[in-house]
Design a protein. Sequence first.
Length: 328
Amino acid sequence: MARLLSPSSGSMTPAVAMILGSCVSLQFGAALAAQLFPALGSWGVTALRLGLAGIVLLLLVRPAVHRWHRSQWSAVLLFGLSLGAMNGSFYASISRIPLGTAVAIEFLGPLVLSAILSRRLADLACVALALAGVSLFGVESSLGLSALDPIGVMWALAAGVFWACYVLASAHVGTKVPGQGGLAVSVAIGALLLMPLGAHGVIGALEEPRFLLLALGTALLASVIPYTLELSALRRLPRHVFSILLSLEPAIAMLAGLVLLAQPISAFGLAAVAFVIAASIGTTLAERRRQRGRTEDRFAEAGGAAVVSAEYVAEVLETDALREADRV
């Protein structure tokens, strides 16, 4: 894949629109998926969405899997497992708690990853800010202003952990597998991973064309369109701009929950999301200052969609810390 292009003022405007469009598509796709939960279950919807997205991507990309060697397959397998676990956990969480809340909690994963890999005070401060924001959801619940399902919160935290794994795995696949073949096969692997838990819902969708059509819309909105837009934007935008724009996802998720799921927005929720967005932007800008002067690298090969830590992991791949992690 070609290296990222140096951004120009003429290319940045449509690229910004692509990132915002990706965020809106992803979160509204999640809101659409939530409407299928009563009929198909969260695991069934996740397996169906990834399965359909995997089919679409495999048809579009047509990866030359017969040429892959063992290390490439190992990288793709780990990527697929982390992708499936991340999506399954996230959908399990939004079946129990509001969409905006789940996304804000999930953001802790890549933020903590950045802090662990950097071990810098600025990144630790950003994680503390995000934790303070997320704790506001608990304060709101303890005051009786809302009721958060603790199981839903645990699933959101698990999704954050798997998101951190996904960030590392996607960057690793980008160094091992050229083009988007690794992403396409990984999505299919993620779907197969979730199939035992979601088989009942998948069968139900196959028996009801209306559900299958909605699931296809979810696959396009939450997988195919975001990945395509993000990959195109990565070729036009500096990584720090890309990451800052994707930091708006909790706010967009809260808006999608309000519009499509009638989930109310509270003052505590707004403050919590603002704290998480500020922490995400702070991490991105701190890393940008440390890495200023370096050229754009190969992160686009990872398939995009790593969101908050995309910029950071692309640089950290060259550090001893991540090399050691890759050996493990």
